[in-house]
Design a protein around this ligand. Sequence first.
Ligand code: CTP
Length: 420
Amino acid sequence: MANSDATLRDKRILLVIAGGIAAYKSLDLIRRLKERGATVRVVMTRGAQEFITPLAAGALAGGTVYTELFDREAEQDVGHIRLAREADLIVVAPATADLMAKMAGGHADDLAGAILLATRLPVLVAPAMNPAMWAHPATQRNIATLLADGIRLAGPERGEMAESGEAGTGRMSEPLAIVAAVEGLLAGGKADASENVADGKPLLGKHVLVTAGPTHEPIDPVRYIANRSSGKQGFAIAAAAAAAGARVTLVAGPVGLADPEGVSVRRVETARDMLAAVEIALPADIAIFAAAVADWRPAHEAGSKLKKDGSGIVPPLHVTENPDILATIAHRRDGRPGLVVGFAAETDDVLENAEKKLGRKGADIIVANDVSPANNVMGGAANTVHLVTPEGIESWPQLPKDEVARRLIHWIAGRLKPTA
Ligand code: CTP
């Protein structure tokens, strides 16, 4: 079974298989890991044994499969504390919603739970579940907790589910994608993929275009339509891109923030001005549209201040739609930036709406955030984001906006094709 490309030679992987239909893929995962030179020890939950047998997993792994927390033989032999320690990495695949809830809550009432609570090893989880279960706030909360605990995610991905007619995000990543994540983790050995970029300047030589802030759409010389965006997240992204070595153009709506160091800033007022400034700033390798552009503007801007005429009749406000800057740039045939990143400010069904926006706007990545008033994102200092791509969703814990910016820039840099 040895492979000339033994990228995991001498690596010891503890694979925890939980109960889901995707468990059958874990058999292939064992093969793939072993092909690359890894030793694989397998733990199966009771649920997993409904889908595949310990015998099959043990035959492929070439050893005993551990299933019980209180197994007299195993306790004398290895036991859960040793299982939790004698490896380089723990992979949980498939990770069910239930097992992730257990991990987030620190439950240890079965062998898998006890190992995952007792371990100090890096843990990679590959979730697999029905899209509704994945999108449920409880699961998303648990994921955020796990990420905050330093656990790494592979997937889930979009696609057809085993249940007929169901599609959405929740499918377990393919074994080779999990193997790639394992290799990445063991090679870097860092808790944050962004740290894997050795020189800290992964965007050297790249031009990054960022939009930020709100737009103001004038009604008359003294009044305008606006929104509550502070521009903090976009400015932080521009600063992080500059720190990563990029040449950065920031097109900013009206905000009271100072120009970030080393960033070329164009200040604009309206959505149409913003689009024009963006067009002028192109070409760019990466465009990140963080602005909260006003969707509508008054159809006619009055040349002088509108006055009450004493009749009690309120003047009607007719609005017209603004250009969609992100969609315009993302759908360009010529001169489309290599990577187009949009934001999705949502108050309901955050992930679902973000996935729809990804397709509709033609972006490569949508950074979704829940801007419900309770979260205090607009104007606040912290943000909780979900990175939505055609391949799947990655959710991050609540982080300061500066840290979201830094991680996002390094995450994006990691997705740039080497030739881009
Ligand atoms: N955007 C843009 N131009 C617009 C509206 C939005 O460039 N006229 C960009 C934003 O910068 C962001 C993304 O599109 O990257 C999504 O913005 P959002 O306000 O969440 O979505 P809308 O398109 O406004 O859709 P809706 O209001 O229906 O949620």
